[in-house]
Every structure is written in C-alpha cells, then in structure tokens.
Design a protein around this ligand. Structure first.
Ligand code: 2P0
Length: 328
C-alpha cells in the first residue's frame, strides 16, 4: 500500500471527431467495441486536468471548471480513479481539477478529451509510467472515444477482443493535412439520450445492428485507403455515409430516437447545396445536433461565411488537426 504521494501532474488532451464512428460495445464493462473506428484529433477543443493523490483526503474531490462534480458524472470519475488505484497499487484519494475548452455534451465528444487527460494525469500522479498504447487502453476504460485522443492527427481504434488488445494507434501519413473541420455549435445543452445509452439501445434493438458491424469494417478499410491515396473526395464521401449509417441505428431502435433537430437538417441541406455548387464539403454528426463540416483549407472562408450568415458567427469554429496528449 502506498501512503504518500503529493505530486501534482497536469495533462492536456484534445478531443477528436470520428469519421468512422464507434457505436456499440461488445463488452460494456471493459468498453470493448463491436467495430473499429477512425478519428481526427482537433486543435480547438481540449481538456486540461491536474491530479494529486493525497493522504489527507477522505474521498476523491473532483471539480470541472471550478464546480464540484457529483452524481453520475462524479461516480464515473471515481470509478476510473479506482481503476488507476488498482493498477498502480496506490491507496489514496485524489484531487482532480479539470478545465474544459469544449462545449460539454453537445456532440463535441467532451468525454474523449476528459478521460484522455485524466488517464494521463492520474496514471503519472500514481507513479505509473505508461507507454502511449497502455495509456490508450487505460483511457478507453473511462470512455471509448478517449482512447483515440491519446494520439494526434488521424487515429484508428483497433477494436481488439479484450482489455489487452483494444487500443488506438496513429495513422502514419502526411496526406490530407489541409483538412479542416468547421464545427457548428447548434445546441449547447446536454443531449436527452447519452451516447452510452443510445449505443446500448441500438445494439439490443436495432434489426440493422449486425449489418452495421459488417459495413463499418468495409468503411474503415476504404477510408484508410483514401487517406493513403490523398483522396479527399473519397475520404469525405465515406465519412458522410458512415455518419448517416450510424444515425440510421437510432431511427431503427425500439424506442426510436434522433439526435438531429431542425437546425441540423438545415445545415445538412446547406452542406449539400454548397457541394453541388462546387465548394467541396461533407458533414459528420455525433450523438447530438451539432454538425461538423469536413473541408479543405481553400474552402474554409466560403463555408464559414455561409454558416455565420445562417446561425451567427459565434456558432462557427474552424479546427485543424491537433496534437496528442501532453504533460505540462
Ligand atoms: C465516436 N461517439 O466514435 C462516437 C460517434 C459518438 C458518436 O464515441 O460509452 O462517450 O463512454 O464509451 O466514447 C461517444 O461515445 O461513449 C462516441 P462511452 P463515448 O466518437
């Protein structure tokens, strides 16, 4: 049993946007997915987290943006810290201070940057010195998508079959580096059905789920080939298709549910209109109403002008490929 460690460790992790979506767990306890997925880590949205294990604390103390975290979210962080305690052998409570530079739970995958930063800070504060692969495995235990935020740029989560072999790896490439994500924050409120609940409902009730598992394998191979061929058109086309296939699993669940709202549909139509007018862009949408427009640097201005006119300039953020996890 370790009884003293006052070292504060601070880590920063950026969020990621999935182009090939993770939607369903074959092992909910260990967060082993049914399929692989592929993402791009973004430079604009990140979480900074400091962790100190301290013998004077009688329980874990967690704050996000200065506010104490309790209830379900607090329990999730506490459970994650218990995994770190178990794996490191430390037997102390922790102080966790986290600052989010992400619109929380609005479909910008805040849990990805949150658990990636927490995994990095907590493991090091507990005296572990994990490889990036083991850090990715650990982050996965907090939130599936967090395993991808350990790395920068394009990242593939290899689904694996158990705790040892389900982790993310960087996609080595110099291609598509002028890719940009124009994020439209249509709605900042918490979504009515969490990703965790939504994917569980899709797995257990959508008759199309087995087909999704097959289709994702093909989408994943095709998008990796598009990256290696530096083929933006194929890259964008596959991304948009894959996102819509994921949302078909929500519409076909019992009871059915939908993450889009009216503004989401307006934005989708606008992306298609722009594309038909020669401004090449595609959309992807996660478990919320917000849209991310996938484009190249040359078209960023036209696209941001268009959506600033529609929704207001404060709703539009341009992101570039971002870095992997870092210690401060
Ligand atoms: C993704 N999403 O690949 C998919 C696409 C949302 C839509 O990963 O239950 O918060 O913590 O493993 O990672 C969001 O789900 O879910 C997500 P858990 P997570 O980015």
């Amino acid at each position: 049993m370790t009884t003293s460690s006052d070292k504060t460790v601070t880590a920063v992790a950026h969020t990621n946007i999935a182009l090939i979506k993770y939607w369903g767990k074959q092992n909910p306890e260990l967060i082993i997915p049914y399929t692989g997925s592929l993402s791009l880590t973004l430079d604009q949205f990140y979480t900074q987290t400091s962790v100190t294990f301290n013998a004077n604390l009688d329980k874990d103390q967690i704050t996000i943006d200065g506010q104490p975290v309790t209830g379900k979210s607090g329990q999730r962080v506490h459970n994650f810290l218990s995994i770190v305690r178990q794996e490191s052998g430390i037997d102390l409570n922790a102080q966790v201070k986290s600052t989010n530079h992400v619109p929380t739970a609005a479909g910008l995958a805040s849990s990805a940057s949150a658990f990636a930063a927490l995994a990095a800070a907590a493991s090091k504060a507990a005296g572990m010195n994990l490889s990036l692969t083991d850090l990715s495995r650990l982050a996965r235990r907090g939130s599936g998508s967090a395993c991808r935020s350990i790395f920068g740029g394009f990242v593939e989560w290899r689904k694996g079959s158990d705790d040892t072999n389900s982790y993310a790896i960087p996609v080595e490439t110099t291609h598509l580096n002028d890719i940009r994500i124009v994020a439209l924050t249509i709605e900042k409120h918490q979504k009515p059905i969490s990703s965790r609940e939504g994917m569980a409902l899709s797995v257990t009730t959508s008759p199309y789920y087995p087909t999704w598992v097959k289709v994702v394998e093909a989408d994943l191979e095709n998008i990796k080939a598009a990256i290696q061929d530096d083929d933006f058109t194929r890259f964008g086309t596959i991304s948009e298709l894959n996102a819509m296939r994921m949302h078909a699993l929500t519409l076909s669940a019992d009871p059915d549910f939908l993450y889009f709202n009216g503004d989401t549909l307006t934005a989708m139509n606008e992306v298609k209109r722009l594309r038909h007018s020669g401004i090449e862009c595609y959309y992807t949408i996660d478990a919320g109403p917000n849209i991310k427009v996938i484009c190249q640097q040359a078209n960023v201005q036209t696209i941001t002008d268009t959506f600033s006119n529609l929704f207001g300039p404060t709703k539009v953020t341009v992101a570039k490929p971002g870095p992997g996890v870092k210690y401060l």
